[in-house]
Write a protein that binds this ligand. Sequence first.
Ligand code: PEP
Ligand code: MN
Length: 284
Amino acid sequence: MTTRKALHLNQESKTTTSVAINDTICCGNTDLWIVAGPCAVEGLTQLEQVSQALIKNGVTSIRGGAFKPRTSPYTFQGHGTEGLEMLDEMRRLHGLAVVTEVMAIDQIDAVAQHADVLQVGSRNMQNFDLLKALGTIDKPILLKRGLAATLDEFLWSAEYIIAGGNERVILCERGIRSFDSETRNVLDLGGVAVLKEKSHLPVIVDPSHAAGRRDIIPALSRAALAVGADGLIVEIHPVPDKSVSDASQALSLDAFDNLMQELAPIANAMGRSLVQRQDVSVRA
Ligand code: PEP
Ligand code: MN
């Protein structure tokens, strides 16, 4: 390690860096960055239904995995490039920004061609070669915290990307492993507060993978906004129980409408806007 000050650390002023997602929206300003969509891209009909729910709620960004990191090699691994093309179609038809995972260096070109934001999943948070490669591209990176990573390890992973020249890094707290099996993981909201203190990078929260169950997602989302998160990434599905992956945590489209209504006053109380303004002056 060199002795120079790490690039992820806060400056004196403690202002959050605003990361441009595309040329009209960004993450880290007073507008919250809300991303929602299915765990996995399953088909165009599914994405179209999800997109309508996003548009109705003023949400600018869709998520969906085309390359899926699955615990078992025998479960659905994602539609790959075909899935990326379906996400692209949602951008073309509806102007939605696309967030999707990249799992390996040899997927970067294809994912970067179709996505606005490349997601590094928890299981790859310390895949240093992948991080280094992402440091050389000109697209924002959504870096998810590893399942058992300390906050410092998380920030040093962000450093790998920034050190390569790509300063557009957004951190995502998605729950960490613990001993209680009531929830899939434990949402570390204290960690979000620490990250906001320590680093200038925007921090969003994924209540879905933290909870692993849909009933507590509204409560975790409210808490995330109240603790100062810069946004949320939530799994939603037109028929949650039919979801090919992570069915138990997927919110229905109606539940997503309710969630957005419930979050508006909390966003306001925090001096943030839940609906993102599309500002043509954002510098990508
Ligand atoms: C996901 O967002 O689809 C995902 C696999 O999340 P994580 O890497 O946090 O488990
Ligand atoms: Mn998932």
